[in-house]
Design a protein around this ligand. Sequence first.
Ligand code: NDP
Ligand code: RET
Length: 334
Amino acid sequence: MALAAAAAVLAALGGALWLAASRFVGLRAQRLHGSRDPSHMHGKTVLITGANSGLGRATAAELLRLGARVIMGCRDRARAEEAARQLRRELLGTGAAEPDARGVGELVVRELDLASLRSVRAFCHELLQEEPRLDVLINNAGIFQCPYMKTEDGFEMQFGVNHLGHFLLTNLLLGLLKSSAPSRIVVVSSKLYKYGDINFDDLNSEQSYNKSFCYSRSKLANILFTRELAHRLEGTNVTVNVLHPGIVRTNLGRYIHIPLLAKPLFNLVSWAFFKTPLEGAQTSIYLASSPEVEGVSGKYFGDCKEEELLPKAMDESVARKLWDISEVMVGILK
Ligand SMILES: NC(=O)C1=CN([C@@H]2O[C@H](COP(=O)(O)OP(=O)(O)OC[C@H]3O[C@@H](n4cnc5c(N)ncnc54)[C@H](OP(=O)(O)O)[C@@H]3O)[C@@H](O)[C@H]2O)C=CC1
Ligand SMILES: CC1=C(/C=C/C(C)=C/C=C/C(C)=C/C=O)C(C)(C)CCC1
């Protein structure tokens, strides 16, 4: 028994070391899609939710490098300002807020708590007053397998933040996206959608709560939302696509409990096996900026390529019903 455990640990360590070594000698296939044209996104305004951490932060850095005006929609102003300072320092070598002569764009921090419909409405109200255009909306923020919690409005947290908060946000910004067309909406989902179902009888998980199921359900909702919205946006020149980023080393696993002694091993394994945030952000960056996907809408992507969906993610009647119920839940329709 002890021998088997030791062998398993050694195998994991060996695998991790092999992968780590392969990173250095470039054996691992990495297809980074950042445009070489440094002013490719110049003049474009991009809103990224959850841009202070992980994939959102890496996406912001790259679009900023390509010249975009990047609005970071974040729930914690202090964390967001700190991330913005670091990004400016990395890209400009200075903490200054203004764009510079090298064509790097501009970063703006705005408060947005997707667990509060009041906050989403206030954020949109301000944005619509102050921003003349919005070229790209990236629904990126997310929460993963938290204990049972409710949003300010009484929704189960993962469904509330990952789906409903973004649902209201997108709906309130559609007018501006349409008037800025051609424009794009990018939705960050997950392959784990496969393990979810839209159980309309208990969307608040009051009868039972399973944190993995609720995460998967929220990510399935992201895909159904994208497909229904793509239908509704036909002929507007606003596209919407959804993606899974792969498994990425970010703060998303904050609610996963790892015993203190096992942490170094998990860190090593995640360092060797998981994508870096920049690798994981490639499909978001691609969908937000590549001319290759101009006019493409309602599709699901991974590693910058279109992928097939399970039938449950393509069920049009479930997508329509989810849309109608979400409208009522967020108070767009009474
Ligand atoms: N990492 C991975 O392996 C995978 C990630 N994804 C998806 O990628 C997306 C980005 O996650 P990732 O970068 O990994 O994780 P991080 O935890 O690093 O980033 C998540 C971001 O979402 C923000 N956020 C959480 N709750 C709220 C809220 N109520 N209002 C506003 N912002 C909020 C966080 O803010 P704060 O820092 O203040 O907590 C943070 O900025 C998520 O949608 C996730 O589901 C999908 C598949 C795999
Ligand atoms: C980085 C890291 C962790 C893992 C985070 C994980 C595993 C996140 C996975 C998210 C997925 C797969 C989401 C899919 O939608 C640990 C183990 C907590 C601790 C060591 C550092």
